[in-house]
Design a protein around this ligand. Structure first.
Ligand code: HEC
Ligand code: HEC
Ligand code: HEC
Ligand code: HEC
Length: 219
């Protein structure tokens, strides 16, 4: 009995070892390879006052540190909670449950929640005089013209267009036209023509970009 048990153990060990031996493992490439630049493409929409992150990342890309790591703005931003503020299923569920609980405040709740989680679609609708709605035919519906702007979340042309930030409220100047829509950055006297010709935005220095109040407009 004891001998059979030991023999069984030896056999099981042998099978386990042979299965796990590196020589038997496949050396083929996996069917899907993910690179740092992989995943869904950044979007390329344009509205009168905003532009998709893909339009900005097009030039602000291919920044590598001395060790060769990709430190491009778009590559880092795309995986942040802010890039995903509209796609976030927890946020969508919380917003929908608030509406279901207090249906008489549907418009108020949807506009409020979109103002920080979908700031481009909210601000554009507000500027155009159309309601900022989320459910039904609202921003979450792929047929809504502002859906791409909504789903791009807290994107490049939000933070970089904020002027005179105050805690709890951001203000974006929607009265300017291309190429005088300003994109504020941390540097003085940037080269302007390249970006103006392609993106319709003019990069300028803005001291507000270095202050924490910029973030406090929503946080
Ligand atoms: C003034 C801006 C602002 C408004 C308006 C706003 N949010 Fe947020 N929300 C934030 C910020 C900023 C965070 C991230 C907070 C943190 O993690 O420190 C957040 C986070 C959340 C989270 C957590 C998400 C997660 O995955 O952890 C939920 C849920 C949420 N918000 C729901 C809502 C709902 C529902 C509404 C509308 C009733 C709303 N928010 C309106 C700014 C806002
Ligand atoms: C949440 C707000 C926010 C978002 C979203 C954001 N930025 Fe910025 N960005 C900043 C702030 C703040 C700075 C200044 C950082 C500093 O001074 O060190 C900055 C700096 C920059 C700079 C100067 C870079 C440098 O080398 O110092 C560029 C270019 C830029 N951002 C482009 C982008 C692009 C492109 C996107 C979208 C893919 C984007 N930003 C999204 C807030 C934001
Ligand atoms: C055609 C290429 C191109 C595109 C597209 C582009 N940029 Fe730029 N961007 C530049 C160049 C060039 C500079 C100036 C660099 C310099 O002066 O060293 C610049 C500078 C900036 C700065 C820094 C300004 C400062 O003074 O600190 C920010 C912020 C910025 N871009 C954001 C954006 C955003 C947001 C978008 C999308 C709407 C965008 N860029 C699209 C080429 C581009
Ligand atoms: C237009 C509104 C807005 C602005 C401006 C903004 N944020 Fe956010 N931020 C949000 C929202 C909304 C979320 C939450 C997204 C979610 O969880 O669904 C968030 C989430 C974050 C998170 C993730 C928090 C967590 O608990 O995971 C960090 C970190 C953050 N923001 C930093 C910043 C910084 C730094 C700045 C300024 C440079 C800034 N934010 C400016 C709206 C904003």
């Amino acid at each position: 009995m004891k001998r059979t048990f030991v023999a069984c153990l030896a056999l099981i060990s042998f099978i386990l070892i042979s299965c796990g031996s590196p020589a038997e493992q496949s050396t083929e490439e996996p069917a899907v390879t993910r690179t740092q630049s992989g995943g869904m493409a950044l979007v390329n929409f344009e509205t009168p006052d905003f532009s998709g992150s893909g339009n900005c990342a097009m030039c602000h890309v291919s920044l590598n540190d001395s060790a060769g790591n990709d430190v491009s703005i778009g590559s880092h931003w795309r995986s942040t909670m802010m890039a995903n503020a509209a796609k976030d299923p927890f946020w969508q569920a919380k917003m929908a449950s608030e509406v279901a609980r207090t249906p008489e405040l549907k418009e108020v709740i949807e506009a409020k929640c979109s103002s920080c989680h979908m700031p481009m679609a909210y601000t554009q609708a507000d500027t155009d005089g159309s309601p900022a709605l989320l459910l039904g035919n609202g921003f979450l519906n792929t047929g809504n013209p502002l859906n791409p702007a909504a789903m791009d979340g807290v994107s490049c042309t939000v933070c970089h267009q904020i002027v005179d930030p105050v805690l709890g409220t951001y203000f974006i100047d929607t009265t300017t036209e291309p190429p005088d829509r300003l994109i504020y950055g941390p540097y003085e006297n940037p080269e302007q023509t390249i970006m103006m010709n392609t993106s319709d935005f003019r990069p300028v220095f803005g001291e507000q970009i270095a202050g924490s109040v910029l973030c406090g407009t929503c946080h």
